[in-house]
Design a protein around this ligand. Structure first.
Ligand code: CA
Length: 225
């Protein structure tokens, strides 16, 4: 499980990071809101720990941008003790939980476990659309008009990831992290194979959606005009 930690108090950030690593989480740590947003938009995280008072962009602004991009990663806001208005604003902006500072290690770990459970319990049921196609993750069906084709689970996950990127490039590393997990042995070839499967299915549907390759960078969905 991969966690993004956005906290500008460096000692605190370092301490949290050590605790998480000791508990077998993979942690990326950044110290301001701009970096936090950049990292979060990669959409490779299973959970984000987000401080509210941050340089450049505050936590609430970061959270709003993340949700605006359709990224549904669980977000645990870290807030100074007693700042009730922070708490309310955070939850209004799409935070899943908040934790007042200072907090006990056990409390932090318990909240993280609760949020990661919640995430895995929520199935994706919403249809996703791009160009002339619709992806229904709950049934693994890719549809264009009256024509449909069934995807494998991996193909569906990959298609979903590409659609949620909304035409932005997804690197092979991002795809591997997303589909196989950060510690997996999956290689770039695996990604190429699944991309080619998806391309065949898109052409079977005679869709106007194509997967473009940017050599050495990654893949993106495009609509052929
Ligand atoms: Ca702070």
């Amino acid at each position: 499980m991969r966690i993004l930690l956005v906290e500008d108090e460096k000692h605190l950030a370092e301490a949290i990071s050590q605790i998480l690593k000791k508990n077998n989480y993979t942690v990326d740590m950044v110290h301001d809101g701009e970096d936090g947003l950049d990292y979060a938009l990669s959409d490779i995280y299973d959970l984000i720990l987000l401080d509210i008072m941050l340089p450049k962009l505050n936590g609430i602004e970061v959270l709003k941008e993340i949700r605006k991009e359709g990224i549904s990663v669980p977000v645990l806001m870290l807030t100074a003790k007693g700042e009730i208005s922070d708490r309310v604003t955070g939850l209004d902006s799409g935070a899943d939980d908040y934790l007042p500072k200072p907090f006990a290690t056990e409390e932090l770990l318990a909240r993280i476990r609760a949020l990661s459970r919640r995430k895995s319990e929520v199935p994706t049921t919403d249809d996703l659309e791009f160009g002339d196609i619709t992806l229904t993750p709950s049934t693994l069906m890719l549809t264009k008009g009256a024509t449909e084709i069934k995807l494998t689970l991996r193909e569906c996950e990959l298609m979903e990831f590409l659609i949620l990127r909304k035409g932005l490039i997804a690197s092979k590393e991002m795809i591997i992290d997303k589909l196989w997990g950060f510690d997996s042995e999956a290689e770039h070839n695996n990604v190429e194979v699944y991309i080619s499967f998806l391309r065949k299915k898109l052409s079977f549907l005679k869709s106007n959606v194509v997967i473009s390759t940017t050599r050495g960078v990654g893949y993106a969905l495009e609509v052929n005009k």
